[in-house]
Design a protein around this ligand. Structure first.
Ligand SMILES: NC(=O)C1=CN([C@@H]2O[C@H](COP(=O)(O)OP(=O)(O)OC[C@H]3O[C@@H](n4cnc5c(N)ncnc54)[C@H](OP(=O)(O)O)[C@@H]3O)[C@@H](O)[C@H]2O)C=CC1
Ligand SMILES: Cc1cn([C@H]2C[C@H](O)[C@@H](COP(=O)(O)OP(=O)(O)O[C@H]3O[C@@H](C)C(=O)[C@@H](O)[C@H]3O)O2)c(=O)[nH]c1=O
Length: 258
């Protein structure tokens, strides 16, 4: 029987994982939200990992507000870099394998074609920089790790994400002004959850860095069209292509993951 700790369990990925966890035989899960294990709190992290014999820790905890991170980067670095360092050190001490989720935003977007794990990261916003620093701590401190980079993550049911924003705005009759200046690979939390459980926890992949996405490259505008069609809102929604949609943070113009 494997024992698995999931941190950041109240986010969209954490909540989706909880649904699939019950289908997984021979694994006992312990789901901990920010209120129970704050990854920035070194003592809490050491206590949780030190007093339980976890085989794995899946870290879903993160600061994911890309816009706010750009204006106030300190908190993003505290959670995405230093919090992750705390986890890596505690996992090393307790001989726990760390499964950490990272992002396509570690890349600068200048490549033509999909990013592979051989490509060198070069983040262009604070969120991406804070996530890359977290990855680097793990690689330096803890050989027994999996870093899984994913992109444009969304759940239809949980949390804040582009999918739910588009549906909610369309249902409320609000205008949707959407950019097509970035191309990426949307990824549903259900598919990532299955990958984490079946391929990482139950598989026998070597430690290291992996890319996981749903594989269909598109712009945010195309993604919005797809979302509207899927929800039978295409005929009524006011969808407008807006190449000048203002944001504080720059986003990679191509962050397709292969
Ligand atoms: N969302 C996306 O599009 C993408 C996400 N990722 C990565 O996937 C992972 C999961 O993301 P996702 O589920 O979307 O993120 P969410 O923002 O939905 O969930 C993150 C969770 O972490 C919690 N949290 C924040 N700070 C701490 C802390 N100090 N200690 C413990 N928990 C904390 C949050 O709590 P609270 O909400 O109360 O602050 C929230 O419940 C993250 O690593 C993210 O960087 C990668 C690519 C795309
Ligand atoms: C909400 C909205 C966004 N946009 C633009 C802004 C931006 O260029 C793009 C996406 O904006 P969002 O703020 O929804 O998504 P964003 O926060 O950029 O999403 C990212 O989140 C982090 C956590 C990741 O790791 C990434 O993989 C990625 O999913 O769409 C519009 O054009 N119109 C809109 O109404």
């Amino acid at each position: 029987m494997k024992k698995v700790l999931v941190t950041g369990s109240k986010g969209q990925l954490g909540q989706t994982l909880q649904e699939y966890a019950f289908e997984t035989k021979d694994i006992v899960f312990s789901f901990k939200g920010l209120d129970e294990v704050d990854i920035v709190d070194k003592n809490k992290v050491n206590l949780e990992l030190g007093s339980n014999l976890y085989d794995y820790c899946i870290n879903c905890a993160a600061y994911t507000d890309v816009e706010k991170a750009e204006q106030k980067p300190d908190r993003a670095f505290e959670i995405n870099s230093e919090g992750v360092k705390n986890l890596a050190l505690a996992c090393k001490q307790s001989k726990t394998i760390l499964v950490h989720i990272s992002t396509d935003y570690v890349f600068d977007g200048e490549k033509e074609g999909a990013y592979t794990i051989q490509d060198i990261p070069n983040p262009i916003n604070e969120y991406g920089k804070s996530k890359l620093k977290g990855e680097e701590y793990i690689r330096t401190l803890l050989p027994n790790h999996y870093i899984v980079r994913t992109s444009w993550l969304y759940s239809k049911k949980y949390g804040h994400n582009f999918y739910r924003t588009v549906v909610n705005k369309a249902r409320a009759g609000e205008e949707l002004r959407i950019t097509d200046m970035q191309i990426g690979t949307p990824t549903e939390t259900d598919n990532l959850s299955r990958f984490l459980l079946n391929e990482i926890l139950m598989g026998n992949k070597p430690f290291g860095t992996y890319h996981f996405s749903d594989g269909n490259a598109m712009s945010w505008y195309d993604f919005a069209k797809k979302i509207l069609q899927e929800n039978k809102l295409a005929d009524t929604a006011k969808l407008i292509l807006d190449r000048n949609y203002h944001t504080f943070a720059r986003r990679p113009k191509n962050s397709v993951l292969s």
